[in-house]
Design a protein around this ligand. Structure first.
Ligand code: ATP
Ligand code: MG
Length: 266
């Protein structure tokens, strides 16, 4: 892409009519495009976003009951964790920077930049966005990502020795299946936000929140405020009663029934 293009020449933001029926979705898309133009969203992030939009249609673009159950178990796990970490990539920084910082504060988690397509420039830009949103410390930037995840190759395996490397619970969104699996194999509890219940990340994670990060993060903040006051035993009970396979099955049944219903309504 021509580097001389600025967000103004590419952005359609100002051209979206007030009453456009899909205005919100178009604005979200523009945030990702702006992230690309400002050098912190990878081009592949645009493709991932498109995949996400498609799955969002299939769940009615709403936070469904299966996501609420996963969010409750996820937040309870984060509150019980000794070293919780929120892993952040370009798309997440473009869509929910303030919410990431707010949730991290509530659950006392570290924030780490962790990129599939890693460049120091992108790491620095994402850290800057998170700091602007109020983060005091952002791990995983440049030399800080000096530990390695076994089983993974190249730059994809680098993590912070003070963050993901020692974390017992990791919250991530839009993550690659191989990396999710490698973290689970290291013994970590992985909470994944992923709109596609069939992705390898969704299948391999310990807790899968099948929802858009745009809606899931504010919901997690709301639930963290509620669960913060619960006893350790109550939180443990929520986690114990949770079954991820059941939740994934519930999400697939929802999609199937939803499509049947839509076909009947024609
Ligand atoms: P996997 O590697 O897990 O098999 P994949 O290769 O299809 O999946 P990745 O690019 O590795 O996907 O990760 C992106 C995932 O994030 C996709 O499953 C996509 O549907 C999902 N996704 C995209 N946008 C969002 C969003 N806004 N909120 C939640 N999930 C999203
Ligand atoms: Mg992948």
């Amino acid at each position: 892409m021509d580097k001389t293009h600025t967000s103004n020449t590419w952005s359609l933001h100002s051209l979206i009519p007030e009453n456009h029926p899909r205005k919100e979705s178009l604005i979200i898309r523009e945030k990702i495009v702006d992230g690309l133009l400002n050098g912190y969203v990878a081009p592949q992030g645009l493709i991932a976003h498109g995949r996400g939009e498609c799955f969002d249609y299939l769940i009615g673009e709403k936070t469904q009951e299966f996501a609420i159950k996963a969010i409750k178990a996820g937040v309870a796990s984060l509150l019980l964790a000794k070293n919780p970490v929120i892993s952040v990539n370009g798309n997440m920084a473009a869509l929910v920077p303030n919410e990431i910082v707010k949730l991290a504060e509530l659950i006392n988690a570290k924030i780490e930049v962790n990129l599939f397509y890693r460049t120091v420039e992108r790491e620095r830009k994402i850290a800057e966005i998170l700091k602007k949103a109020g983060a005091k410390e952002v791990l995983g930037v440049d030399e800080d990502a000096s530990a390695t995840i076994p089983e993974l190759f190249s730059e994809r395996r680098r993590v912070s020795p003070r963050g993901i490397y020692i974390a017992d619970v990791v919250l991530l969104g839009l993550e690659d299946g191989d990396r999710t699996e490698a973290l689970v194999k290291m013994g970590k509890k992985v909470i994944a936000i992923d709109l596609n219940p069939m992705s390898r990340t969704s299948q391999k994670a310990s807790i899968t929140i099948v929802d858009n990060v745009i809606r899931a993060f504010p919901k997690m903040i709301e639930i963290a405020k509620e669960l913060r006051n619960k006893s350790k035993e109550e939180l443990e009970q929520i986690v114990k009663n949770y079954n991820n396979k059941e939740i994934l099955a519930e999400s697939l049944r929802f999609i199937s029934n939803y499509l049947l219903q839509l076909s009947r309504d024609l």
